[in-house]
Design a protein around this ligand. Structure first.
Ligand code: URA
Length: 240
């Protein structure tokens, strides 16, 4: 389907519509090898080869990013008063209509995936997909083998909520690692609190086999490639 060139480029997050007019007029964009200077030119994003400064643009409808969410920001798309994770992105990515895949609490840090692919998000979040989310928790008290057994059996929280069996790795100190396949409200905090080990600090380390590491730094992000997405869904996902 033919779409205006500036619209296609803007949806790709290349620049704003106004900046794109300048970029196109300056002769920096080509379509199928021909330089184009009119932003109104219609192109077919599925079949035309569009280049900016000689580089082929990847015309991908769906985009995926990982962010090292800092504490103190909300993992929602907008909020009137408080800062959101989307505000940490540069302006050109704000146009992609990304949203967080599941939520991390305001004070939770670590791996947050952002995408505009609703099906992908659903698959990552749904406990049926069996995607494991692993957290590092610093708690009051020292989690022990009894706690690990209770996690493995499936905890029942104070309000009667049943949790699926989960993994608790103990270290002999106040740091422990929790792996869950579901994402109920404040789940990890409530699980540990139910064992008398309230959480002081929580960081998500991985989703599926995709790990955050320490390289991005708080608030840092990077685009995910197909191999990253395969790690998230362990090979069940095919991109676009
Ligand atoms: N569990 C929690 O309690 N909080 C989070 O942010 C994520 C999982």
């Amino acid at each position: 389907m033919a779409v205006r060139l500036d619209k296609v480029l803007s949806e790709l997050g290349v620049a704003s519509r106004r900046e794109l007019k300048q970029i196109i007029k300056a002769g920096r964009v080509s379509v199928n090898g021909q330089t184009v200077t009119g932003p109104e030119k219609h192109v077919d994003p599925d079949t035309d080869e569009i280049c900016l400064d000689g580089e082929i643009l990847r015309l991908r409808r769906f985009r995926y990013f990982m962010m090292d969410k800092p504490a103190g920001v909300l993992s929602v798309t907008e909020d009137r008063r408080q800062k959101t994770v989307l505000e940490l992105l540069p302006p050109e990515l704000k146009r992609l209509e990304l949203f967080p895949v599941g939520r991390l609490d305001k004070d939770t840090e670590g791996l947050l995936i952002l995408t505009n692919d609703g099906d992908f998000a659903h698959r990552v979040i749904s406990p049926k997909s069996g995607v494991e989310k692993r957290y590092r928790a610093e708690v009051e008290g020292i989690p022990d083998e009894d706690d690990a057994r209770a996690f493995a059996e499936g905890l029942i929280l104070a309000d009667g909520t049943h949790c699926l069996p989960a993994k608790l790795e103990i270290t002999g100190g106040s740091v422990c690692f929790v792996t869950v396949m579901e994402g109920k409200y404040h789940q990890v905090k409530r699980m540990l609190a139910s064992r008398g080990k309230p959480v002081q600090r929580l960081r998500r380390l991985s989703v599926g086999e995709l790990e955050i590491g320490e390289d991005l730094g708080a608030g840092g992000f990077r685009e995910l490639e197909e191999n990253d997405l395969c790690k998230v869904l362990k090979g069940f996902h095919t991109v676009n």
